[in-house]
Write a protein that binds this ligand. Structure first.
Ligand SMILES: [Cu+2]
Length: 398
């Protein structure tokens, strides 16, 4: 009788965990991806995709579930070479399902592996391949995981409500890692040496896999109507650099959670440092309509100087309960430019950056004129800071 009782208890425990799968995720590992840089330079990527016909880009598909869901993740390796795993970074799943090779399992070419877990507390997480991770992560094998609260309009049970959300995943591309045999390497057990290049000299600094004007409108905060606007930013770092975020003060940013856990004391702050593997959630409750940008600096991990900068545009207008701005769109000509740029705005300060984000020159403009005769031929960004905020434009110097 006692044995039967024990059996029934064990049987029911074993079955309640994953008796029913609420979410089925699929990631297909490929090494046939392409990263097309802002200057047209192309390198090969390893990456995750959701369908065999889907493009292989980095980050891979964003995976989403509701807290408490039983999730089954299938990893199908079609990469023609190296084994791969999916490490569920920050989800606190049990070791067999955590995708760390030797503690969990690796998935060889042309086979599938399955991870099972219960979606933990709501928050922002990430996944990446954990096989020779410096190489496979640089290769492009990473993506975002979002666990929603049961009510998806709040950050967590009893947490903050929000109307719109954006997720920005930062990373870098160093073409040296992609142009030699690293991406085509055989399994580490074959004894082939891996030459790990410098990690601190990437050529491209990315937000959601793109930089500067490559960003589609969706990356920026674009709000054009509403009664009130609370914005949840999900910030995720999977690069080798420390990211310093600078939010415009009008955004009224509050840091509410770190690594999937609510912060015991929330902090209003216009700056935030995020280190590799960290995720932060920031709640913005704008004070006014405005146009500006969020600045993301990419610092060496020694906290050295920023090696790159990205600007994410912010446009908040047409919101019922916010003070209004008078807005006339700023234009300029000619582009390409030979000796000058003429802006429609009269008086402003300007900063010219290289495409990699390095400061090239700055100054004040009277009558909307900016000299470009001293610039070398190439592509640049110019940030115009005027009375109502700042705008960044791309231009080419002939
Ligand atoms: Cu891998």
């Amino acid at each position: 009788m006692r044995a039967l009782f024990t059996f029934l208890v064990l049987f029911s425990i074993g079955n309640t965990s994953f008796a029913q799968i609420d979410e089925n995720w699929t990631l297909i590992a490929r090494n046939s991806g392409t990263y097309i840089a802002i200057d047209g330079y192309e390198v090969r990527l390893m990456g995750f995709t959701s369908g065999i016909g889907a493009p292989v880009i980095a980050p891979g598909p964003t995976l989403r579930a509701t807290t408490g869901d039983s999730v089954k993740l299938r990893l199908y390796n079609l990469s023609q070479g190296a084994p791969h795993t999916v490490h569920l970074h920050g989800l606190d799943v049990d070791q067999p399902n955590d995708g760390v090779p030797h503690l969990s399992f690796e998935v060889e070419h042309d086979s599938s592996g399955y991870y099972y877990f219960k979606a933990p507390h709501p928050g922002t997480y990430l996944y990446h391949c954990h096989v020779i991770s410096p190489v496979h992560v640089q290769g492009g094998m990473y993506g975002i995981i979002i666990i929603d609260a049961e009510d998806p309009t709040v950050t967590w049970d009893g947490g903050y409500s929000f109307d719109k959300e954006y997720h920005w995943m930062t990373s870098e591309i160093d073409t040296i890692w992609h142009n030699d045999t690293i991406i085509n390497h055989e399994h580490e057990m074959d004894g082939m040496p891996h030459n790990i290049p410098k990690y601190y000299e990437p050529q491209y600094f990315l937000v959601n896999g793109a930089m500067d004007f490559q960003h589609e409108e969706k990356e920026g905060i674009n709000i054009h109507e509403g009664i009130e606007t609370k914005i949840l930013l999900r910030l995720i770092s999977i690069g080798n650099f420390a990211n310093k975020y600078t939010f415009p003060p009008e955004l009224n940013a509050t840091i509410i959670s770190s690594d999937g856990r609510p912060l015991p004391i929330v902090e209003e702050s216009d700056t935030l440092w995020i280190f590799p593997g960290e995720r932060y959630q920031v709640l913005c409750d704008p004070l006014t309509e405005f146009i500006d940008s969020v600045q993301i600096d990419y610092h060496e991990l020694t906290m050295g100087a920023a090696k790159g900068t990205q600007y994410i545009n912010v446009v908040i207008e047409g919101v019922f309960d916010l003070p209004k701005i008078e807005q006339t769109p700023i234009t300029f000509y000619p582009n390409p430019s030979q000796t000058y740029l003429q802006f429609s705005e009269n008086d402003f300060t300007y900063t010219v950056f290289s495409i990699a984000g390095a400061l090239v020159k700055q100054g004040n403009s009277v009558n909307g004129l900016v000299n470009t005769h001293d610039l070398l031929s190439g592509n640049y960004l110019i940030k115009i800071d005027h009375g109502l905020g700042a705008n960044t434009f791309f231009f080419n110097k002939e």
